[in-house]
Write a protein that binds this ligand. Structure first.
Ligand SMILES: *Cc1c(COP(=O)(O)O)cnc(C)c1O
Length: 641
């Protein structure tokens, strides 16, 4: 692995779990959603369990099944589900369900109805909205939801184990108000005849700053990875060790120095000079710019580039891009980019190889892996689980809420056809064959910007066009013939003409990808209701809020808050409040809306938002915007719908 690489120290994860356990003296649930905040879900889960965590938490059933298929047997709680969720798959794999509305309890009733006369039941934790204004049962629904849950329990469909909620972190007063509200809910639940044995409210920040919020379990995310949930300058009471570092070989070209990792790989844009980095020879560098596919650096003042020995990747000094001990930390990157450490690590592309070190695996091995969820293993497991009665992810029930990137293969083909015709014309007009091949090439870098490099490179070859990549690591995404035929050509691949097939660069062109989701939660709120972390947005009047299961781990960077819109039922609707890792809230005003209602993030239809608009909200280039989508976004080949 001589290219860009992420190192994850599993001993650090274990140490962090122990440090927090001794501080909180409360059983720990390790949150490994979003591929373990970009670190690698399976490896971190094992290390956290070895360190003493007793439960795991992820967002959806697909993430949970990926852990099961890797052999993880600990209890796993999930808390976000689409309208067509395969509830029986949860039962079969012994996954616990966090349920967020009365409507969802009714869906569960329908989905589990056949269990009525069996001795099997699914474990449920009810998720309450005590003020975050996001997922969770609204206070007005608490009593009816508790009554419904008690009924499902009597009928043997569920076993109610827990009640939980999530703090907005909007200050001590707000936290205490949520705590009081949670205690009130516990009382109501008791009166409804529910026997709640696992009460949990606090994530990392609450577990450290509000001991009364610990109850029976604390749900730890960011601190597992050694990062503090608190703003810069606020001391973190546990001594944590960051587990992740990112490095890449330094390269020199005519313009100066660079590393081949950029926005498309999840790095945020930063201002020139905002970050200082170290290389493996002790040289100091300053970040000049983070571009789509590369980061440019220059020797730090007073230093020289003498330490740089140019050679191939294996010999080149490595630049420590993120490295708390030696270089800039995730916190430094967050400060330079105007974001939080959570986003910096979580958005790092799953394409960057992960190398795991430490004894956290329990076997003392040093493993290597991509760190991504093994979807093939899941699909092998799921058909077995899904047996006869449930159909496939295509036709019927699903394991995860809809987060779907549709690839318009027909449009790609027709653009390739145009390019092939233009090349033939140029050849006829006397252009040399080599020159023509390069001029009419197709850029398939960065896993071909959301489309899948294999697909695009395969199509290019079919039309006699030359696939190019900007970076040698991009070659590894290609298989067979494409890998042999593709060329590394930074300059040409960087030229917008070689990306013309995608339509990203032309505001009037149809784009070959569109991103769709669904509403997973709809609720009515009154004036004064705050939404999401920090309550940056407060409803001015009564309104309807919808929850979309896409966050900064998936496709929506935090930087778009206050600007971005989506299209629901043909109407443009704003994202309100902060963008969270797994979700955003939409203000629907008085629009009629329901769970499962389609949401278009961007697309190719006249009413859709163009991906260029999204990229400008995010402050990145369109192709990099799409290339940086996380592994929970699934690709579907076909036309736009
Ligand atoms: C992500 C998440 C957590 C973990 O939060 P941290 O701040 O990373 O500790 C806990 N609970 C829920 C419901 C979450 O979604």
């Amino acid at each position: 692995m001589s290219g860009p690489r992420i190192d994850v120290d599993l001993d650090a994860v274990q140490g962090n779990v122990r440090a927090i356990a001794s501080l909180t003296e409360t059983p720990l649930l390790a949150v490994v959603k979003a591929n373990g905040y970009g670190h690698g879900a399976v490896e971190v889960a094992r290390a956290a369990l070895d360190g003493g965590a007793v439960r795991l938490g992820v967002v959806d059933l697909r993430e949970a099944l990926a852990l099961r298929s890797a052999g993880v047997t600990a209890p796993i709680l999930t808390w976000m589900h689409g309208a067509r969720t395969d509830w029986l798959a949860a039962l079969d794999a012994e996954i616990e369900l966090g349920i967020s509305s009365l409507a969802q309890l009714e869906l569960l009733d329908i989905g589990l109805g056949r269990l009525e006369h069996s001795d099997r039941s699914v474990v449920v934790h009810l998720k309450l909205d005590t003020g975050l204004g996001r997922n969770g049962i609204s206070a007005i629904e608490w009593e009816s939801a508790f009554t419904k849950a008690a009924e499902l329990e009597r009928r043997g469909l569920i076993r109610l184990e827990g009640l939980f909620s999530h703090l907005a972190g909007a200050g001590e007063q707000a936290d205490l108000a949520q705590l009081a509200s949670f205690e009130h809910a516990l009382e109501l639940a008791g009166r409804s005849g529910l026997d709640v044995t696992v009460r949990h409210l606090a994530a990392t920040a609450g577990s450290m700053s509000l001991p009364q919020a610990r109850f029976d379990l604390v749900r730890l995310g960011v601190s597992l990875y050694g990062l503090s949930p608190f703003a810069a300058g606020v001391e973190c009471p546990a001594s944590l060790q960051p587990a992740l570092s990112l490095s890449a070989p330094l390269r020199e070209d005519l313009e100066g120095f660079r590393v081949d990792i950029g926005q498309a790989d999840g790095l945020p844009p930063v201002a020139a000079g905002a970050l200082e980095l170290a290389d493996s020879n002790g040289g100091r560098w300053r970040v000049v710019s983070v571009g789509a596919l590369e980061t440019r650096v220059e020797p730090h003042e007073g230093g020289t580039a003498e330490t740089v020995r140019l050679g191939d990747d294996a010999d080149a000094p490595r630049l420590a891009v993120i490295d708390t001990a030696r270089s800039s930390s995730a916190d430094d990157w967050a400060a330079a980019a105007g974001t939080i450490n959570y986003e910096v690590v979580t958005r790092l592309s799953s394409r960057i190889p992960r190398r795991f070190t430490g004894t956290g695996t329990g076997t003392g091995t040093t493993g290597t892996g991509t760190g991504t969820t093994d979807m093939e293993a899941v699909s092998e497991l799921a058909p077995g689980l899904l047996a006869d009665r449930r159909g496939t992810e295509d036709g019927g029930l699903v394991l995860a809420p809809r987060r779907e990137l549709a690839i318009d293969v027909e449009l790609l083909r027709s653009r390739m056809g145009e390019r092939a015709a233009a090349r033939a014309e140029a050849l006829a007009a006397g252009m040399g064959a080599r020159h023509a091949a390069r001029t009419f090439s197709v850029d398939v870098s960065a896993d071909a910007y959301g489309h899948g490099a294999e697909l695009v490179a395969g199509l290019a070859l079919e039309y006699g066009l030359l696939p190019l990549v900007a970076r040698s690591a991009d070659l590894e995404r290609l298989g067979g013939a494409a890998r042999e035929r593709a060329l590394v050509d930074r300059e040409r691949a960087g030229d917008a003409r070689s990306r013309a097939v995608y339509g990203f660069d032309d505001p009037n062109a149809r784009v070959t990808v569109s991103l769709a989701s669904e509403l997973v939660h709809v609720k009515r709120v009154t004036a004064g209701h705050g939404v999401s972390y920090g309550y940056d947005w407060v409803a001015e009047e009564a309104t309807t809020l919808g929850l979309v299961p896409l966050g900064y781990a998936d496709a929506i960077p935090r930087s778009v808050a206050g600007r971005a819109e989506v299209v629901i039922g043909g109407e443009r609707r704003p994202i309100v409040g902060r963008v969270a890792m797994d979700q955003v809230v939409i203000d629907l005003q008085d629009q009629e809306a329901w769970i499962g209602m389609p949401v278009s993030i961007f697309g190719a239809e006249p009413r859709d938002i163009h991906v260029r608009e999204w990229a400008s909200w995010a402050g990145v280039e369109p192709q990099a915007f799409v290339a940086a989508f996380g592994p929970r976004v699934v690709r579907r080949e076909g036309g736009a719908e």
